[in-house]
Structure formats: structure tokens, C-alpha cells
Design a protein around this ligand. Structure first.
Ligand SMILES: [Zn+2]
Length: 403
């Protein structure tokens, strides 16, 4: 086989090494050249040259010298990229949100608008999404930042090429081309656009900050119920892109008809709409929006106030049974609970363990029953997952940063 030209080889190596240096600074924070060399295994000379290239491109900058215990003050390098930004657009059952961040994930601008949940009317929702994206795009211009990528987060499974929303039961959508809808309203969109499902993004984000695990089951509830299965460190996307649509695990025999067409889905007995109705808080949704109503529901459950607490108690066995089935199907190290359910992890764990007594034997130092852990990122989990995902894609391809 002919060898590739030398310049190509060294170009690839250089690109890889730029990514390694940049990745270290992004993940570990401001670092001295010596610290980067030690952590990455690159020579001091190589690090100096790579840092010079990254500084010249405006991606890294030096901090003021810091005095350490002894020796001379050291200068660290931090992420600058002061003219770049990531713009995340998100549409959930309540609102459309646009968030502008630095490459390091620091928030620059955020705008959120309620769309009033017009069921079965994607055009009306995309109008609102387009308005917040336009607002954040203007903010980027005002701040002198170029948007290098625009991930769009939807609370629904995504599939196809180009990607579309497959079905969103929270909004009464069938297949909807969100990217196309934004293009037709806004013309050219800022940066390359990706469309991603919230459950997967939130799962990856939680996995990043929780003790990293190769196999994890993630379930969350904000608007509907969603989740993800992480196996061998990767999201199990499935053949049709709906892997991890845990709200539609058909758990109740001959149960109520779900918008997805099945009977007895978990969301029909434990979804927020059902709980809010039973808790007598349905009017609050119309008044203040779903997110505010769910916050109130969660507070009443925590306080043990009837009827919210009773509604939660009725939902728990179904949540537990779904997790029991799913945990034997996927054998995760941990089950991570997200959305407003995170605050109620203890009751979910108790219900989950009530039917797992015989699998308690530990083997190879690992408990056979997965740990049930509360997610830590709250309602922003998917947004943060989208930002971090964009950042990692950019680091993997420094040419997009002008390098
Ligand atoms: Zn369903």
C-alpha cells in the first residue's frame, strides 16, 4: 500500500495533538504548560509549540501569573475563544429556549418563551422557537461572537437524514422537520445544526459528572417521561432511533390508550399530566405553564401533602416495575433519576428494591442490584449535554475553530 504523503501524516498528528492539548484545558481548567505535558505525555517542546498555535488562533490565552508556594510564579493557559459561541435551541412541552454559551459552557445569553402548548400545531411552536433563536443570534452579533454550532434539543425521539422529530406525544406531533421549519423562517441558520433527543443528551451529561460508568439506565420526567440506555459507554440508539423511549414501556395490562398508539404506557400512569390532574393542579398548567406546575407538584409530594403525595404513591409501583424490567434487560451499574423525579429518588429506590430481594448477592465486588442515584443537573441537563456535545465535536475537529 502506498504511504500517504508525509505532510498529511504530520498534519493529522498535529491536529490530534491540538485536540489533546485543548481537551485537557477544557476538562481540567486553566493549566500550566508543564501540567499539560505531564497529563498528556507530550514533550514540553511540543506543548509549547501547540499552545503557541492555539493562542495565536485565539482559542487559548494566558492567565495572570500565579504565585505558588515556592519557586517563580506560573502562568496557566485557559480557554479563550472569545469570538466563538455555541447556540443551543430547545423546545419542550412548555417553552422554547435559546442559550448562548462560550465553548467552555459559560452562559452568555438565555431567552425562554412559552408557546402555550398548542397540541398538534408544530408551526405555531416553531414560530416561537424561531423567535428565540433570532433573539440569541442577535445577542451573539452584539457580543461579537460567531456561532460555531447550533444543537437543537427536542423532548422526543429523532431519526432520519436529515434528522426530524419522529413523534412527540407531549405536543401531539407526528413527524416534524424542525430544522427545515427554522430555515424557512430564518433563512441561513448560524453554524452547523444538529437535532438531538433530550433523554440521550441529559443521560450523557449526567454520566459526565456522576461517577463515570460504562452501563447506565437513565430515566427522567419533566414534560413527559424519557430516558436512555448507555451500554459499553455508548447510547443504545436502536434500529429506529427510539432506544430509551422509556415513557412508552407498555407496563399496564389493558391500560389506557397512549398517544403513541399502545395501551398502558408508563407515561399514562406516571406522566406529569396524569399526576397533575390527580393532584388537582391541572389548572395551574394553563395558568403558569407546565414547568411551574411540575415544581409545585414536586414540592407538594416532598411535603407529603394529599392529594399530590397519593398520586405519587399510586405511580411509584409502575415506575418501579418498569425499572425492574429494564434493569434486568440492560444490567446497568447505576440507574440515574432525572428531571423532577430526581428529588424523589429515595422513594423510587425503595419501590424498586421491594421486588428485587433475591438478586442481592454481590459478585466480583459489584452489587447485583444497580445503585439508584439522583441526577444532579436538574432541568438544564439536556441543555448542558448539548453544549458539552458540541464542545467535544469542535475539539475533535480544530479546523472548525480556524486551526
Ligand atoms: Zn405510549
Amino acid at each position: 500500500m502506498p504511504r500517504p504523503p508525509r505532510s498529511l501524516v504530520s498534519g493529522d498528528v498535529r491536529r490530534h495533538n491540538l485536540t489533546v492539548v485543548l481537551g485537557h484545558v477544557v476538562r481540567s481548567g486553566p493549566s500550566a504548560r508543564s501540567e499539560i505535558a505531564e497529563a498528556t505525555g507530550l514533550t514540553r517542546g511540543a506543548v509549547t509549540a501547540l499552545v503557541a498555535a492555539l493562542s495565536e488562533a485565539g482559542v487559548l490565552r494566558e492567565t495572570a501569573p500565579v504565585t505558588t508556594g515556592r519557586g517563580r510564579p506560573i502562568t496557566r493557559l485557559e480557554l479563550a475563544a472569545s469570538d466563538l459561541a455555541i447556540l443551543v435551541a430547545q423546545v419542550d412541552a412548555d417553552s422554547a429556549t435559546a442559550l448562548l454559551t462560550t465553548l467552555a459552557g459559560d452562559e452568555l445569553h438565555r431567552v425562554s418563551r412559552r408557546h402555550g402548548r398548542p397540541m398538534g400545531d408544530p408551526e405555531a411552536v416553531i414560530d416561537v422557537l424561531a423567535a428565540v433563536v433570532a433573539d440569541a443570534t442577535s445577542a451573539a452579533v452584539r457580543l461579537g461572537r460567531r456561532v460555531v454550532e447550533m444543537p437543537i434539543v427536542v423532548f422526543a425521539p429523532v431519526g432520519g437524514e436529515p434528522p426530524v422529530v419522529l413523534t412527540d406525544t407531549d405536543l401531539g406531533w407526528g413527524e416534524v422537520d424542525v430544522i427545515g421549519g427554522l430555515r424557512s423562517r430564518l433563512g441561513v441558520l448560524p453554524g452547523p445544526v444538529v437535532l438531538e433527543a433530550d433523554g440521550w443528551l441529559a443521560a450523557v451529561a449526567e454520566r459526565t459528572i456522576l461517577a463515570s460508568t460504562e452501563s447506565m439506565l437513565y430515566i427522567k420526567s419533566n414534560s413527559g417521561i424519557g430516558g436512555a440506555v448507555i451500554a459499553n459507554g455508548r447510547i443504545a440508539e436502536g434500529a429506529h432511533g427510539v432506544g430509551g423511549a422509556l415513557g412508552h414501556v407498555a407496563i399496564v395490562p389493558d391500560g389506557e390508550l397512549c398517544d403513541c398508539g399502545q395501551r398502558g404506557c408508563l407515561v399514562t400512569v406516571a406522566g406529569p399530566d396524569v399526576l397533575l390532574e390527580k393532584a388537582g393542579l391541572a389548572d395551574l398548567v394553563a395558568e403558569r405553564g407546565l414547568a411551574a406546575a411540575v415544581d409545585e407538584l414536586s414540592a407538594q409530594i416532598s411535603a407529603g401533602a394529599a392529594p399530590a403525595a397519593d398520586a405519587w404513591a399510586e405511580a411509584l409501583p409502575w415506575i418501579a416495575r418498569s425499572l425492574q424490567v429494564l434493569s434486568l434487560a440492560t444490567d446497568p451499574e447505576a440507574i440515574v433519576i432525572g428531571g423532577f423525579w430526581a428529588a424523589h429518588t429515595a422513594s423510587i429506590e425503595q419501590a424498586f428494591r421491594s421486588n428485587r430481594p433475591t438478586l442481592a448477592e454481590a459478585r466480583d465486588g459489584l452489587p447485583a442490584i444497580p445503585a439508584v442515584v439522583a441526577g444532579r443537573l436538574g432541568a438544564d441537563a439536556a441543555l448542558l449535554g448539548a453544549v458539552w456535545g458540541s464542545r467535544d465535536r469542535l475539539l475533535a475537529d480544530p479546523s472548525r475553530l480556524g486551526l
